[in-house]
Design a protein around this ligand. Structure first.
Ligand SMILES: *Cc1c(COP(=O)(O)O)cnc(C)c1O
Length: 495
């Protein structure tokens, strides 16, 4: 098998094996790790369709993580995708309104982040072993709601790791806060902060970047690492479910081997849709990759004009996990369409940092032809939820609704009949307020009562992840100001 190495998007320093890239998270020059070449699937898609999720995961991930042994990788996969998911298929595919919803929300925190964060701790600890990293890994994360919980659920009680999450005390939904403060695991700690997400994020970055603290930690046997979405250890597991979706459509007879499918992804940080692009590079037959944005439509504008401009108002929407103006993973796409030029990528990213705007060349634009951009405003999003419920009795969450609306408009505009897979990124129970409001139901009720009402309306049981919140004891009650965050880190590590 061909060895795949990883290098920075911003300079041509020596490529490193996958395990090293996973441990480092970010390249030393601030760039993101990208594969130096794309491997191609070495089994026929029809052969993969006879396999279960874990089987397909191994066949895809072994091609990208070539320095992991078969035993190592299979063990990571087996530990990640099992009874912790509430559906045996792991990611069931559900047909509604002529498209296929790929339900990525059956993991422990009922959002698609589980797909990568259930396996990342295993990839990370395996990588540490392979690189003789003996120190205890300390994950430090600021969260606006979804990532922190999913990361804790993944890292809880994983030997050799500790995880600490900071969230804005008054900036998350009631279900999200409940999910966090009831988190189990002796190696977890959750701290609310007085301030918003940006305050939490910038304080965490400062703690990360403090060389004196790092040195002190190293002496005590600790090393910081990151679980955020730029780690290739999060990207690679996300390629799997697109390949898996294709094999299920094959199995159902919807498509024949080699037929193209369209893939539609509600996008924020550009990680999920980039994984679909990587899948295509590895040989998955793709017609269009449809990038769906909410009212923060910086990516739609980029795909229409070739100019990325973050100088605009930040809007709060009903799909908060996509409220983002700097899509970090877009840097990887820029690198690939620039003909793998670290020099060009670094120059554009410098413009982004300094001026908040950059434009790509005509030649680079040609590399975007597989992408189609679209966006949905708040009204469009609620309409999509209502329409799908009325016509198909299927309830989707607001993030998925953004994608459903965008694809419906695309189909009407183009008449494209290609079978389409929509990435369904969260359970409607996670955003029950917006969903009930879209369905013209009362929404101002205590969160768990609302879950019961939604369950009745949708005809699906309340997910276990929500049910356990009814009785789960609160295990975390620390709240602090920004200025005390480092002190809390020290306390957690006993320093
Ligand atoms: C994180 C998230 C997204 C956005 O995914 P990206 O990889 O950041 O583009 C969409 N929907 C939900 C529910 C999410 O949690």
């Amino acid at each position: 098998m061909k060895e795949v190495l990883y290098k920075s998007t911003r300079s041509d320093s020596l490529p490193v094996p996958a395990s090293k890239a996973i441990l480092m998270g970010l390249a030393e020059d601030g760039g993101l790790f990208v594969p130096t070449q794309f491997p191609t699937l070495d089994k026929k898609l029809s052969d993969l369709s006879a396999m279960d999720y874990c089987g397909v995961a191994y066949e895809v991930m072994k091609l990208m993580l070539t320095d992991f042994t078969e035993e190592e990788l299979k063990s990571c996969i087996k530990n990640a995708y099992g009874s912790n998911f509430d559906d045996q298929e792991i990611v069931p595919v559900r047909k509604a309104d002529g498209v296929y919803f790929l339900e990525l929300f059956h993991g422990p925190t009922i959002a698609f982040k589980d797909m990568a964060l259930q396996i990342l701790p295993h990839l990370l600890t395996t990588s540490a072993r392979k690189n003789a990293e003996k120190r205890e890994i300390v994950i430090l994360t600021a969260t606006s709601g979804d990532t922190g919980k999913a990361a804790m659920a993944g890292f809880a009680d994983v030997p050799g790791t500790r995880i600490m999450v900071f969230y804005p005390k008054d900036g998350v939904s009631s279900i999200q806060e409940r999910q966090m403060v009831t988190q189990k695991g002796d190696n977890t700690r959750v701290v609310g902060i007085y301030g918003n997400f940006d305050d939490a994020q910038s304080a965490v970055k400062k703690i990360f970047g403090d060389p004196a603290l790092r040195k002190e930690m190293a002496e005590k046997g600790f090393v910081f690492s990151s679980a955020n979405s730029i780690n290739i250890g999060r990207l690679v597991p996300q390629i799997v479910y697109y390949v898996f979706a294709y094999t299920r459509l094959l199995k159902e007879g919807v498509i024949r081997e080699g037929d193209k499918i369209n893939i539609v992804v509600p996008t924020g940080n550009f990680g999920n849709i980039l994984a679909a692009y990587y899948g295509m590079k590895m040989g998955l037959p793709v017609g269009k990759l449809v990038c769906a944005s909410n009212s923060n439509k910086v990516l739609f504008d980029f795909f229409s004009t070739g100019t990325y401009d973050r100088n605009r108002e930040f809007l709060l929407t009903s799909s908060p996990s996509m409220d983002i103006l700097i899509s970090s993973n877009l840097e990887r796409l820029i690198y690939h369409i620039s003909g793998d030029s670290a020099e060009k990528t670094a120059a554009l990213m410098k413009e982004l940092t300094e001026k908040g705007v950059y434009s790509i060349t005509e030649q680079m634009k040609e590399g975007l032809s597989v992408f189609e951009g679209g966006y949905a405003n708040e009204e469009n999003t609620a309409d999509a939820i209502r329409r799908l419920y009325k016509e198909e009795a299927y309830v989707i969450d607001p993030h998925t609704a953004v994608a459903a609306y965008v694809y419906d408009s695309y189909r009407q505009k183009t008449g494209d009949q290609t079978p389409a897979v929509i990435a369904s990124t969260a359970s409607p129970f996670k955003f029950e307020n917006s969903v009930m409001r879209a369905l013209d139901e009362p929404a101002d009720l205590p969160d768990l009562e609302l879950a019961d009402r939604l369950s009745e309306k949708a005809g699906v049981p309340v997910p276990e992840a929500v049910n356990i919140l009814r009785t789960a004891p609160v295990r975390h009650n620390i709240v602090c100001g920004r200025e005390n965050m480092e002190a809390e880190v020290r306390k957690f590590l006993g320093m």
